[in-house]
Design a binder for this molecule. Structure first.
Ligand code: SMG
Ligand code: MG
Length: 379
């Protein structure tokens, strides 16, 4: 099957600085801007025709959500991943993960490379990402992730704003000291019928079961990642202790590990984030196994620009994505996006892109304006 493989002609890395419209606080810290690593690859087919593709690395600036961070992702790409990938010869997106498998970890860095290759490959063949994946929906419900606030009044006014924007599901970040009272207040504000869930980003411990059981009173869709990422047994015990379904985020880094977590009873619902699991192709494998096992999935977010947001919208159009994802409008985080067609919501839904590739075009003038560094990788 070398016919579909293309040669990497050029790789350009670009760092951009994107201020957030408001600080976003989680149990591991507060963010006011986003330092993002973008990858541009140029692939050439057998007759020399070149196509470019873009990938977005979702690593944050600090190793606070997971061990990866943006400087480290850039370093491992330049010094380890790209040399190996380029030396491996002509490729297609499905080759990226196996050819990098002997290098441990770094799923966000690997995922960004696979994403760029996939985008170029799909643009070359004129196929949309949604069609390549087998998407069945043309629009997807849009949920919003709400940070921890200093006061409940401020929190309620933020949530009311998102309800007014039309978001169909609210997710609230929680941590010890900012949980039950805030959840009760938000539930009261949004009423009994608005889907509502919480995300602890690992802030609780096994001994917090009785406390977290109090959340059962508020008819939540799920509790996301209450315990540390390596505590699979703890999540299984908690799932037996609380009625609200336990959803894993940070803990799920591969299809094999997801299958194990499900078997152990630790994962009643799965948050699928392509970057966290090494790319969109592994994300689809996780979707497929969850669908086969009757585990509902939804698409998480990492404050992506329109590049990652458009691709996530296509992924979330697969049939197993039965819960609204963290795929909000670009304006949820950014006053202006680097894509020409920012993600918007209409009637609480995002339209799945159907243009060739991952479904975005770049606003090059704005992209240049937010770029802090750009360089070519030596081939
Ligand atoms: O992109 O809407 C988004 C962010 C959604 O809450 C979100 N992501 O744990 O799910 C999560 C967090 C990870 C990033 S927090 C800085
Ligand atoms: Mg999460």
């Amino acid at each position: 099957m070398t016919a579909h493989r293309r040669t990497i002609e050029r790789v350009e890395l670009r760092r951009i600085a994107m201020p957030l419209v408001a600080p976003f606080r989680t149990s591991f810290g507060s963010q006011t801007d986003r330092d993002i690593l973008l990858v541009r690859v140029v692939l050439a087919d057998a007759d020399g025709t070149e196509t470019e593709g873009w990938g977005e690395c979702v690593a944050l600036s600090e190793p606070s959500y997971s061990p990866e961070y943006v400087d480290g992702a850039q370093h491992v790409m330049v010094h380890h991943l790209l040399p190996r990938l380029i030396a491996s010869g002509p490729l297609e997106a499905a080759d990226v993960a196996p050819r990098l498998a002997k290098l441990h970890g770094h799923p966000m860095a690997k995922g960004a490379l696979e994403m760029a290759v996939l985008d170029a490959q799909l643009r070359a063949t004129g196929q949309s990402f949604a069609s390549f994946l087998g998407a069945t929906a043309t629009r997807i419900p849009s949920g919003v992730s709400v940070g921890i606030h200093d006061s409940t009044d401020e929190l309620l006014s933020t949530v009311q704003g998102y309800v007014d924007d039309g978001y169909v599901r609210i997710k609230l970040k929680i941590e010890p000291g900012s949980d039950i009272e805030q959840v009760a207040a938000v539930r009261e504000l949004i009423g009994p019928d608005t889907p509502f869930q919480v995300d602890a980003n690992t802030a609780y411990r096994r001994t917090d079961g009785a406390h977290l059981r109090r959340l059962d009173d508020y008819d939540l869709l799920l509790i996301e990642q209450p315990l540390p990422e390596d505590d699979i047994i703890g999540h299984a015990r908690l799932a037996a202790e609380v009625a609200t379904p336990i959803c894993l985020d940070e803990s799920l880094v591969s299809a094999a590990g997801t299958a194990d977590a499900i078997e152990l009873g630790a994962c009643e619902i799965a948050n699928i984030k392509p970057g966290r699991v090494g790319g969109y192709l592994e994300a689809v494998r996780i979707h497929d196994l969850c669908l086969a096992r009757g585990i509902p999935v939804w698409c998480g977010g990492m404050l992506e620009t329109g590049i990652g947001r458009a691709a996530n919208a296509a992924l979330a159009a697969l049939p197993g994505f039965t819960l609204p994802g963290d795929i909000s409008a670009s304006t949820r985080f950014y006053a202006q996006d680097i894509v020409t067609d920012p993600i918007t919501i209409t009637d609480g839904h995002v339209t799945v892109p159907v243009t060739p590739g991952l479904g975005f075009d770049l606003d090059m003038a704005f992209l240049d304006a937010v770029t802090t560094a750009t360089f070519d990788v030596e081939l």
